[in-house]
Write a protein that binds this ligand. Structure first.
Ligand code: PPS
Length: 303
């Protein structure tokens, strides 16, 4: 374990948000955490659609969530694996146990390689991740505040942020996909066609849903509905003054292509150069703008 600064803790080459770790022992032993066959992990690089997928899975698994007959927050239904660990004992959680995590492929529990437990990996075009992360880092006291985008982009492209380098995260998971039982989901495709995305996820999870259920899930997983749903919008976390630095929300904009409003032409060109260099042999598809079907960099994902 190495403290990089007040906010980052490096463990085995990966930067954790040290201010959100409340159980160092757990971090040091999580690779040996015993996996059950029906465990499900949502795995993401920060700001790529974690909260959204937590809501979708909560709606798929819990009728009480779909009908709003039980007032349980998505963070309690699907706790973070490595961060702000609730005082619950993960081992005793009723199955199927659902978790969210930002871990790289090489730090997750080894038991996931039995390929029985499931992983849903959600990825998002990294320019929108960058913008979302910039706002988040200034919103949360837990993160190091940044003066401007230039400064944050520098850190992001050097991997000096919690989650380390975006390129390493996605490449690692993609290249090791055959070691796991994993479904790749793309934020932009979820945005374009939420219904198909819900069906894809539920089919992977082997959960049968009625037409009515699907409708209820799609309706409650839209950005607007989640933003006003206290179970799903994480506002409670921000109501805590110890956490919130400025005005803002976890559910900020939820759009594709916001980077166009924030990056200068030079910043964008620089980002493109790094992206092309780092991702040229990763055949994942990316959508940079919602009106765009494909892009010049990458082709359709192949399994
Ligand atoms: S975190 O802090 O890492 O868990 O953040 P994460 O949940 O991964 O990402 C937050 C961004 O996801 C957006 N979001 C959504 N977009 C579209 N539809 C829905 N339903 C939705 N729910 C969350 C959220 O607004 C953050 O993106 P930005 O671009 O900042 O708005």
């Amino acid at each position: 374990m190495e403290n990089i600064n007040k906010y980052l803790l490096n463990y085995k080459g990966y930067n954790f948000l040290s201010t959100a770790i409340n159980d160092i022992d757990f971090i040091e032993n999580m690779e040996d955490f015993e996996i059950q066959d029906d465990d499900v992990f949502i795995i993401t690089y920060p700001k790529s659609g974690t909260i959204w997928t937590q809501q979708i899975l909560s709606l798929i698994y819990f009728e009480e969530h779909r009908n709003s007959t039980e007032n349980v927050k998505t963070i309690d239904r699907i706790p973070f694996f490595e961060y702000i660990r609730p005082k619950m004992d993960f081992v005793k959680r009723p199955s199927p146990r659902l978790f969210a995590s930002h871990l790289p492929y090489y730090l997750v529990p080894k038991g996931l390689k039995s390929k029985k437990a499931k992983i849903i990996y959600v990825y998002r075009n990294p320019k929108d991740v960058l913008i979302s992360y910039f706002h988040f880092t200034n919103l949360m006291v837990l993160c190091e505040a940044m003066d401007n985008m230039e400064q944050f982009m520098e850190k992001f492209l050097e991997g000096k942020v919690a989650g380390s380098l975006w390129f390493d995260h996605i490449r690692g998971w993609y290249e090791h996909r055959h070691d796991f039982n994993i479904l790749f989901m793309m934020y932009e495709e979820m945005k374009k066609d939420l219904r198909s995305s819900v069906l894809k996820i539920s089919s992977f999870l082997e959960k049968e849903l009625s037409e009515e259920d699907v409708e209820a899930i799609v309706k409650q997983a839209t950005f607007q509905n989640m933003k006003s749903d206290p179970k799903a919008n994480y506002e409670e976390i921000l109501n805590n003054e110890l956490w919130k630095r400025t005005e803002g929300h976890f559910m900020r904009k939820g759009v594709v292509g916001d980077w166009k409003r924030h990056l200068t032409v030079e910043q964008n060109e620089r980002f493109d150069k790094v992206f092309q260099r780092k991702m040229q042999d990763v055949p994942l598809k990316f959508i940079w703008d919602i009106n765009e079907e494909e892009n010049q960099f990458n082709s359709q994902i192949t399994y």
